[in-house]
Design a protein around this ligand. Structure first.
Ligand SMILES: C[S@@+](CC[C@H](N)C(=O)[O-])C[C@H]1O[C@@H](n2cnc3c(N)ncnc32)[C@H](O)[C@@H]1O
Length: 286
C-alpha cells in the first residue's frame, strides 16, 4: 500500500522525459571529494531514491557496479526501460531498508530524494551498509530557476516563479526542506566529517514545452492534478501561453540544442544545486 501511494508522488513518464541528470559541475565536485577522501577501491555505488535512473547512470563510468534503488515500482520500471550500462541495475526498496550486507558499499548517493526519507532511519542504514572510509553524497537542486531569452529573461523568470509559488500550496511538508535548501537535512545528519557545498550553477538548454514538462514532473503539481485536474492543467496552459506571448513566438518547441552561440539559445534554465557530502568512515552508533 505504501508503495502504491508513493507511486503517485511523481508521474514516472514525465519524470523520465523532463528531469535531467546531475550536472557536470555537481559531478565534478562529488568525484573530487571522493578522490580527496581516497575512496578506493570503487566497487559498489548505490543511488537511493533513484527515480527513473537519470542520476544513477552518471555513476556507471566510475564504479564497477552501480545499483539504483527506489520505493516506487513505477519509477524503477521506467529506469529499467531507459538505455543504460551493463554494470547498472535497479531495485525496488525503501531507503530505510537497503538490501546490502553490512560494510559492503563504497559510496551512497541520493539526488533530490533525501528530503523524502525518514532521515534517522536512513542514516542508520547508511552507517550499516557503508564500508569503513566510504562516503555518502546527498544533493538537491533548488527551485529558484532563472530563464533566459533575448531581452525578456527577467519577465520569463517572474512567470516561472509565480507558477511555482501557486503550486507551493500543494507541496508536501517534506518538499519544504528543499525550499529551505536542505539546511535542516544537513543539520540532522549525525556524522562529524561533513561538508556542505552550495551555489553550484548549471545551465541547461530547454524549450518552453520542456519547462512546462518540468512543472508536470514536480510532486506538488501531481498533487494539484489529483486534487483539481482541470485547474492544474489550466494553470500550465496559461503559463505556457504567457511564456510564448512574452517571447513573441508561436511554437512551444522554440529552442536550439547546446552548444550553440549564446544568442541563438532561446531558453536556458539555470539552476543552483545545493548539496553536501558526508563521510568518511564515521560510525554513528558505536
Ligand atoms: C525527486 S525524485 C529524484 C529521482 C532521481 N534521484 C533524480 O535525481 O532525478 C525522488 C525519488 O525518491 C523516491 N522516494 C521517496 N521516498 C522514498 C523512500 N522512503 N525510499 C526510497 N525512495 C523514495 C521517489 O519515489 C522518487 O523517485
Amino acid at each position: 500500500m505504501a508503495v502504491h501511494l508513493l507511486d503517485t508522488q511523481y508521474n514516472a513518464d514525465s519524470y523520465q522525459k523532463y528531469r535531467f541528470s546531475p550536472s557536470e559541475n555537481l559531478q565534478s565536485v562529488i568525484f573530487s571529494y571522493l578522490e580527496e577522501k581516497k575512496v578506493n577501491p570503487i566497487r559498489l555505488a548505490v543511488d537511493v531514491g533513484c527515480g527513473s535512473g537519470q542520476s544513477t547512470r552518471v555513476l556507471a563510468a566510475h564504479f564497477e557496479k552501480v545499483v539504483g534503488t527506489d520505493i516506487s515500482e513505477a519509477q524503477i520500471e521506467a529506469a529499467k526501460q531507459a538505455a543504460s550500462f551493463p554494470n547498472v541495475s535497479y531495485h525496488v526498496c525503501p531507503a530505510e531498508e537497503l538490501p546490502f550486507e553490512d560494510g559492503s558499499v563504497d559510496f551512497i548517493t541520493a539526488f533530490t530524494a533525501a528530503h523524502w526519507f525518514d532521515m534517522p532511519r536512513f542514516m542508520k542504514e547508511v552507517d550499516r551498509v557503508l564500508r569503513p572510509h566510504g562516503c555518502v553524497a546527498l544533493s538537491t537542486y533548488t527551485t529558484d530557476f532563472s530563464m533566459h531569452y533575448k531581452d525578456c529573461s527577467e519577465r520569463l523568470t517572474e512567470i516561472f516563479t509565480e507558477t511555482r509559488d501557486l503550486l507551493l500550496e500543494y507541496a508536501d511538508e517534506k518538499v519544504k526542506l528543499v525550499f529551505a535548501e536542505y539546511k535542516e537535512v544537513f543539520e540532522s545528519v549525525p556524522f562529524q566529517d561533513k561538508r556542505r557545498v552550495t551555489q553550484i550553477l548549471d545551465k541547461i538548454p530547454m524549450s518552453v514545452s520542456g519547462v512546462i514538462g518540468l512543472f508536470q514532473s514536480f510532486s506538488m503539481y501531481q498533487a494539484f492534478l489529483r486534487n483539481d485536474p482541470e485547474a492544474a492543467k489550466s494553470l500550465l496552459q496559461k503559463t505556457e501561453q504567457r511564456f510564448l506571448d512574452t517571447m513573441g513566438v508561436c511554437s512551444n518547441e522554440t529552442q536550439v540544442g547546446f552548444p550553440q552561440a549564446a544568442e541563438r539559445i532561446p531558453l536556458i534554465r539555470q539552476l543552483r544545486q545545493e548539496f553536501f557530502l558526508l563521510g568518511q568512515g564515521i560510525h554513528l552508533f558505536q
